[in-house]
Ligand binder design. Structure first.
Ligand SMILES: [Fe+2]
Length: 460
C-alpha cells in the first residue's frame, strides 16, 4: 500500500479526500459543503499562545457526538496511575526479555492491539496530567475487522513497532508504520491499529508505547549550537492525508479517561472525516532519517544529542520526557572509551531495542526492555567493556549493529505488577550479574601519594 503524506512539523496542513469538501475562507459555515458536519478537536486550551496552540477542524459524515451511553470496560494489564501505592518502587537494574510473539490467529480470534497492551512502568497519573506510562504490546488480530477503535483522553501515544509493520487508521487518515519508524497519535484522536501486511505469520506484531499524560505535546528537540540543520528534520515528519469510509453498522470506540476505559457504540464508522485542516494531526517519523551528530575529537557525547522528540518540563533544560535513539553511526573519537560510559543519572531511563544489538550490552536482545531508575548505577557489561578498552580508536569505526531507543524522564518510574513479577517468562533475573566480572583497578604498590594531614599547596 502506498499512502500519501503531508510533510513538515508544526505547520498548518489541509487535506480533502473529495474535492470541494473543505470550506474556504471560514471554519464553520452555515452550510458545509456536501452537508458535512464541521467539528473542532482541540489539542491545547483555546487560549494557549499561538506558537503552541494546536487544533484541527474536521468535516465528517456524522458528528462524533452520535453514540450510545458510555459503558465501563475492563483492561487488567493497562495502568494509568502510579501514585500512592499504585506503583511499585524499584531501585535495581532491571531487564526484561521480549514479549512472546502471538501465533497466527484464525478467523475473528486472537488479541488485538488494544487488548494486547501491557503496562511496564510509569509515573504520576493520567488524572493529574503529570506523568507518563510505558507499555508493551503484542497482538495477532486487527481492530478494523472488529470495527473497533480507540481514543485516549489521557494523553499522547508514541508507538514504536519492533516486529511487524502497522497500519494505523486515524480520523485524519492512514499511516503505514514499519519497524524503524515511529508514530505519534495525540490525545483524543480516534484510531485503530492493524498489521499492515496480512498473510501467514505476518499478522503477529510487537512493540513499545510511550503514553504522556502532560498537557504539552512531543516535539522535535531543539538544536542549540548544532545550528539550523541536523537531528530530526521537520520535513521528515509525515502526516496522513484525508481518508474516510462510508460504513454504517455497529462500531465501538473504546475511550480511556482518568485511567478508566469505557466503550461507546456507534451506528457508523468513526473514520468518516472527508476533509480536515489544522496543526493537530498524527505523524510518523523514520528513525533512519535522524541526522546524528557526535564528538569528532575525544570523549563520548552525552546521549541527549540523540534526542528525536522531547516534551519540556517547567524546569529549564530538564525534559518531562525525551525519546532518544542509538542508531547505526560512525564512531571516531580518538583515545576514547567509545560505548556509553558508566554513569548514574538524575533522570530515569527505560530502553528498548528495535533491531540488532546495542553497543553497551551483549545480552540486550531485540524486543527486550531495561530500566535504570533515577540514581541507579549502570553502564557497559563486562564483555562490552573489555572489547572497548582493547579497541583500536586510531581510526573511525562504524557501529552498524542495530537501533536502540530510550524513554528518559525526570520522574522516578514505578513498576506495574507485571513488570515487577520475577516469575514471568520475560523477567531477566540474571541481568544484574553482567557487571560481576569487571576487573578491579589495581594501583602499583610503590605509588607515591599524599600523606594524611599533609598541608594543601598554598597560593602565592
Ligand atoms: Fe544511562
Amino acid at each position: 500500500m502506498r499512502l500519501r503524506y503531508l510533510s513538515g512539523f508544526g505547520g498548518h496542513f489541509e487535506s480533502e479526500a473529495v474535492p470541494g469538501a473543505l470550506p474556504r475562507g471560514q471554519n464553520s459555515p452555515q452550510l458545509v459543503p456536501f452537508a458535512l458536519y464541521a467539528e473542532q478537536l482541540s489539542g491545547t486550551a483555546f487560549t494557549a499562545p499561538r506558537s503552541i496552540n494546536r487544533r484541527v477542524w474536521m468535516y465528517r459524515l456524522d458528528p462524533s457526538v452520535k453514540h450510545s451511553r458510555h459503558l465501563p470496560r475492563a483492561h487488567a494489564a493497562l495502568q494509568s496511575d502510579f501514585t500512592g501505592t499504585a506503583g511499585i518502587v524499584a531501585a535495581d537494574q532491571l531487564r526484561w526479555r521480549p514479549l512472546p510473539l502471538l501465533p497466527g490467529a484464525v478467523g475473528g480470534e486472537g488479541v488485538d492491539w488494544l487488548d494486547g497492551l501491557v503496562t511496564m512502568c510509569g509515573a504520576g497519573s493520567a488524572e493529574s496530567k503529570e506523568g507518563l506510562a510505558i507499555h508493551l504490546y503484542a497482538f495477532n488480530a486487527g481492530m478494523r475487522a472488529r470495527r473497533r477503535a480507540f481514543s485516549n483522553a489521557d494523553g499522547d501515544l508514541l508507538i514504536v513497532p519492533q516486529h511487524g509493520a502497522l497500519l494505523v487508521t486515524t480520523e485524519l487518515g492512514r499511516l503505514e508504520v514499519e519497524p524503524g519508524e515511529v508514530v505519534v497519535v495525540q490525545r483524543n484522536i480516534t484510531f485503530a491499529v492493524d498489521a499492515a501486511v496480512c498473510g501467514e505469520g505476518a499478522s503477529s506484531c510487537r512493540g513499545y508505547v510511550l503514553e504522556t499524560f502532560y498537557a504539552a505535546h512531543l516535539a522535535p528537540a531543539e538544536r542549540g549550537p548544532v545550528g539550523a540543520n541536523g537531528l530530526a528534520e521537520e520535513r521528515d515528519f509525515l502526516h496522513p492525508t484525508a481518508w474516510y469510509e462510508d460504513i454504517t453498522g455497529a462500531h465501538v470506540v473504546t475511550v480511556k479517561t482518568g485511567g478508566r476505559l469505557f466503550e461507546r457504540a456507534r451506528s457508523h464508522s468513526p473514520f468518516d472525516v472527508v476533509a480536515w485542516h489544522g496543526n493537530y494531526a498524527p505523524f510518523k517519523y523514520d528513525l533512519a532519517r535522524f541526522r546524528a551528530v557526535n564528538s569528532v575529537t575525544v570523549d563520548h557525547t552525552d546521549p541527549s544529542v540523540f534526542t528525536v522528540l522531547t516534551l519540556p518540563s517547567a524546569e529549564p533544560g530538564s525534559a518531562a520526557v525525551d525519546f532518544a535513539i542509538f542508531p547505526p553511526r560512525w564512531m571516531c573519537a580518538e583515545r576514547t572509551f567509545r560505548p556509553p560510559y558508566f554513569h548514574r543519572n538524575c533522570m530515569a531511563e527505560f530502553m528498548g531495542l528495535i533491531h540488532g544489538g546495542y553497543d553497551a550490552k551483549v545480552g540486550f536482545v531485540a524486543g527486550g526492555s531495561s530500566l535504570h531508575n533515577i540514581g541507579t548505577p549502570h553502564g557497559p557489561d563486562e564483555a562490552s567493556y573489555r572489547a572497548a578498552i582493547e579497541a583500536d580508536t586510531s581510526t573511525p569505526a562504524k557501529f552498524a549493529g542495530g537501533t536502540a531507543f530510550m524513554f528518559e524522564t525526570r520522574a522516578p518510574l514505578r513498576l506495574s505488577g507485571f513488570a515487577a513479577d520475577e516469575g514471568t517468562a520475560i523477567f531477566d533475573t540474571e541481568y544484574r550479574n553482567c557487571w560481576d566480572g569487571l576487573p578491579r583497578a589495581v594501583l602499583p604498590a610503590n605509588l607515591e601519594h599524599m600523606e594524611d594531614g599533609a598541608e594543601p599547596p598554598r597560593c602565592a
